[in-house]
Structures are given as C-alpha cells and as structure tokens.
Design a protein around this ligand. Structure first.
Ligand code: PEP
Ligand code: MG
Length: 556
C-alpha cells in the first residue's frame, strides 16, 4: 500500500529513486570490558577496519583527483598513523573493545592537536572524520556523511550543513528530503542550486528504510513511499508537462506591459555559472562567496585563489551585473578562524559583516582580490555586505571598499529588521539595497531558519515580511536607488509578481527557478502586480496573502 508523507516543497520537479540516508555522527561506543582471550581478535578487527578505511579514502581520492585527492590521501595517512595503532592495541590489551580503543586513541590525539595552535586545531575536523569512519565500520553502521553509492539515489538527512552539501555529486543525487530545515535553510538553497527536487521539514523521513523506492514532488511537498507504476507515470508526465510549458520562455524579465525586472542568478561559485547562463540569467544578483571559504575552515583562501574564483564568475557575464556578497560567515556557516566558538546564540552573534569588521584583514584581502579580478573586464561589479544593521555598519563597509580601491557600486543587504526600518539612513552611505528575505524573516519572526518546527513563520508570504520589503523598496525609490530581492522569496513565481508590485527592481534566485519566474511575470501587467501586492499586504496570514494575490492576478 502506498503511503504519502507531506513536508514543505522547496525545489520544483519530481525525483523517483531509492532512499539513501546521510550517515549521522558516530556515537561514542560504550566502554565495555572484554575478556583477555578476545584481545587478539579485537586487535585484528581494529587493524582491518583501519586498512579498509584508508584504502577507501585513497580510492575515492583517485576518483576525485585534484585538490580533493590531496585531502583524502592526507586523511588516509592519519588513519594509518602507527602511533595511533600502537595506542589502540595497548587499550585493547587492557580490556577495551576495538571500537572503544580506536575512539579513545583518537580522542587522546585530538586533545594534543586542539592545544597545538590555530592551524593544528583546524585539523581536528579531519581527525574526527577519520575516527568516525573507522568506528562506523567497526560498529557496522552507515559511514558518516554523504552516502557512498555508484547508483543515483534520493538523499534523506536530518538536515544538511553547507559543508556536506558541497560534497554532493549532482549526477548521483536525484533529490533531497530533510527532516529539519525550513524553506530558507541552506539545504533548500543548495537543492535549488543543484536543480534537484527537494522537500524540507518532513519529520517521518528519517524512518524510511535504506533502499526503499520513493517518489518526491518538490512542488507540492509530497513524498510517496513505494509508489505504484501508475503513480510514477502520472508524476513523470506532469513534471514533463510543466517543463514543456516553460520551454518557450526566454529573454529579459518583464511584466506583460514591458516593465523590466532583471532576473539574476544566485551562485555559490564558478560551478553554478553554466546553469545560470543556460537559464538566461541577466547577471548574478548574489554571489555567496562563503562557499569558497568552507573548503578549509582553518584559514582564508589565498588572494590568488579568490581572484581566480571571482574572475571565473565575472567573465561569464561580460556586459551584465554581478553582485558579489562579501564573506557571510557565522551562525550555520561557522569558520574556525573567524567565528567565536563559545557564542550562546550564534545567529545573534558575530556573523556576516560583524565578523569582517572584527577581522579587517580578511575583508581587505577579499575586496582587493575582487578589485584585481574585475580589472580590465567590462562587467558591472557591485559589492554588498551581509547583516548590515544600521548606518554605522553601512559606512564602515563603504569605507573599506573605498580604501581597497574598488571600482564598483557598494550596497547593503537588508536582512535585519532595523535595516528595513531605517533604510533611508543606510542609503546615505551605499548605492543599493538587496533584501535577504531568508534572514529578514528569521529575525523579524524570531524563527530560526534551520528549525523545521517554525517553518510556518519562515513563509515569505507573511504579511509582516511583505511590509518590511515594501518599506525598503519605498526608501530606495525615494533616494533614487535600486532595491532587489536575493532571498528565496524571489524564486516563488507568484510572489515574484507581488514583489514587483511592491517596487522591487530586480529578482535574484537559484538558476532553476528563473524560467518559472520569467514565465509567470510575463503574464501580468505592472498594475496587476501592484494590485496583487496591495491585496497580499492587507491579509492577516501568509496563506491568506497567497490566496488574495492569486485571486487578483487570475481576475477572480
Ligand atoms: C538571505 O538571508 O535571504 C540571503 C540571501 O542570504 P543567505 O541565505 O545566504 O543567508
Ligand atoms: Mg542571509
């Protein structure tokens, strides 16, 4: 019998495939004693597990090549470190199980590393990863992290950290389902960037057995367990029909009466550029540069590495606009060298621009790298800061850009309600605004974007959020400056029309959403969008706002 589960659909399309679970963190093995006669056998098991993990890491390195190969080979060397093995053997000889001995030997080494200066402390994560792999093998549980599979699968996870998702192979991941996470969590954003269907906030997903056949509808948020052949055929046909309806849509974004709303792409690096170009993006509205920094959280990438990455994105849009956001570290994207480890509430702590102002050298290197990357290119470079709270923040950022000799427009993201409330004051320092509606909703509703249980409050149709957006757009218009949206709100085709009606001047989203937004916007006039915006703001709930806007646009 087919069961249907329901979550929040966050990335369009249908995925049909087998369940693979993201391996969870390895639990500490119990400290049970073994009799002395079992010591030899346990030492053999430990040695076998170490060798198997090292061989697996080397094999994966050979497949990956490049930088990843060096990292994986270094991890294999950690696994085979003779001192660790001697320590584990000694622990087994006095009564530990193989898994407990490996766990304790690594913990001991970990403490030594953690106390040996910043660079070595950064290697602790590698050590933990190797330990988790060996212990998982000994316990016979799935390896932590992204599943090892040669066959395409639908990935199920509690939530996905950006560092995990960066390792996913888009040719193998047919779709995502997460138990946690709201529609604006980074797992949802990454699913859109990969262009795969996704559902978030689906609590029962973790209980689906590995290998179960499921069908995921990323538009409706429905997950069908062991769907019948008819159901699969029906879902595939409707997804194909939806895709075909979009095939005719191309060209710049505009309402049916020609009011232009540039449609830009959100990218995390050069790897996302081909999809953006193919979708007809008119430029980049949000380049999330932090993905470049997540590879190695112990130190910032070199200026050369940054220049190469920025230039690759800038060159892809020779005449277009490219809006680069400076590093947004902290909260769910911590970096060891920037983010304080002991913050009681990281989302309200030193993140985004705040951490850059505390580490001006990191900001300076990034701005200098951007200036060098843009040299000689005709691109319209714009640079913006995340998490601007007030005019003091905006001025500090603009000053840093000027000091770095950057030939670009400087802007501020509106992600904190104070910035929307005092947008005109911020605009005295910068030339444009860009609304990060994901964080703006998080802070306006005191609803953590990582927590599925509060996803109702993360709904970008919330009228209070629409009010803050309207306030920012009006302030920008009064100052004769532009105000775009680069949060996930822009990727909802109906909401994109409402945003246009609120006076938003550009919309930036994951490339896969561009054709949907373009096709919907082209159906309505600016006046219809404005009426839909008035109706949505007059509603009391997100659902009523959606219904009211839809009613206006469909002429009911
Ligand atoms: C946002 O907060 O809306 C945004 C665009 O930034 P990020 O999602 O990367 O925090
Ligand atoms: Mg943000």
């Amino acid at each position: 019998m087919q069961t249907t589960l329901r979550g929040v659909g966050v990335s369009h399309g249908v995925a049909i495939g087998e369940v693979r679970h993201m391996g969870t963190a390895v639990l500490e093995p119990p400290a049970k004693q073994i009799p002395p006669e079992e010591a030899d056998r346990e030492q053999g098991r430990a040695r076998q597990a170490v060798e198997a993990v090292a061989a697996d890491l080397i094999a994966r390195g050979n497949l990956a090549g490049g930088e990843a190969q060096h990292v994986l080979e270094a991890q294999a060397m950690i696994a085979q470190d003779p001192e660790l093995m001697v320590d584990a053997d000694r622990r087994i000889a006095v009564g530990s199980t193989a898994e407990r001995a490996v766990y304790d030997a690594f913990s001991h080494y970990r403490e030594l590393l953690a106390g040996a200066g910043e660079y070595m402390a950064g290697r602790v994560a590698d050590l933990d990863d190797v330990r988790n792999r060996i212990v998982a093998r000994l316990l016979g549980v799935p390896m932590p992290g992204v599943p090892d599979s040669d066959e395409p699968y639908v990935l199920i996870a509690r939530d996905l950290a950006p560092a995990d998702t960066a390792l996913l192979d888009p040719t193998l991941v047919l779709g995502f389902v997460t138990e946690e996470g709201g529609p604006t969590s980074h797992s949802a954003i990454l699913a859109r960037a990969l262009g795969v269907p996704a559902i978030v906030a689906l609590p029962g997903a973790g209980e689906l057995a590995e290998g179960t056949l499921i069908a995921v509808d990323g538009s409706t948020g429905e997950l069908f367990v062991e769907p019948s052949a008819e159901k699969r055929a029906e879902m595939e046909a409707s997804a194909a029909a939806r895709k075909a309806a979009l095939a005719g849509s191309s060209g710049p974004g505009a309402t049916s009466d020609g009011h232009k709303v540039p449609l830009l792409a959100n990218v995390g690096g050069p790897g996302d550029v081909p999809a953006a170009v193919e979708a007809g993006a008119e430029g980049v509205g949000l380049f999330r540069t932090e993905f470049l920094f997540l590879d190695d959280s112990a130190k910032a990438p070199s200026e050369e590495k940054q220049i190469a990455s920025y230039r690759a994105v800038l060159e892809a849009f020779p005449e277009g606009r490219v809006v680069v956001r400076v590093l947004d570290a902290g909260a769910d994207k911590p970096l060891d060298f920037l983010t304080p480890a002991d913050e009681p509430n990281p989302a309200l702590g030193v993140r985004g621009l705040r951490s850059l102002l505390e580490h001006p050298d990191v900001l300076r290197t990034q701005l200098t790298a951007l200036a060098k990357a843009a040299e000689g290119l005709p691109v319209h470079l714009e640079v913006m800061a995340p998490m601007v709270a007030d005019r003091i923040d905006a001025k500090a950022f603009a000053d840093a850009c000027r000091e770095a000799g950057l030939q670009a427009k400087f802007g501020a993201m509106v992600e904190i309600p104070s910035a929307a409330l005092r947008a005109r004051s911020i605009l005295q320092e910068v030339e444009f605004l860009s609304l990060g509606t994901n964080d703006l909703a998080q802070y306006a509703f005191a609803a953590d974007r990582q927590v599925g249980a509060v996803s109702r409050l993360q709904d970008p149709w919330q009228p209070a959020l629409l009010d803050l957006i309207a306030m920012s757009a009006e302030a920008a218009s009064a100052e004769g400056k532009s105000c775009g949206v680069c949060g996930e709100a822009a990727s909802d085709p109906l909401l994109a029309c409402v945003l246009t009606g609120l006076g938003i001047t550009s919309l930036s989203m994951g490339a896969a959403s561009i054709p949907y937004v373009r096709a919907t916007l082209a159906k309505y006039t600016l006046a219809q969008c404005e009426r839909a915006a008035v109706a949505a703001r007059a509603a009391d709930t997100a659902e009523e706002a959606r219904v009211a806007a839809q009613a206006v646009l469909s002429g009911e």
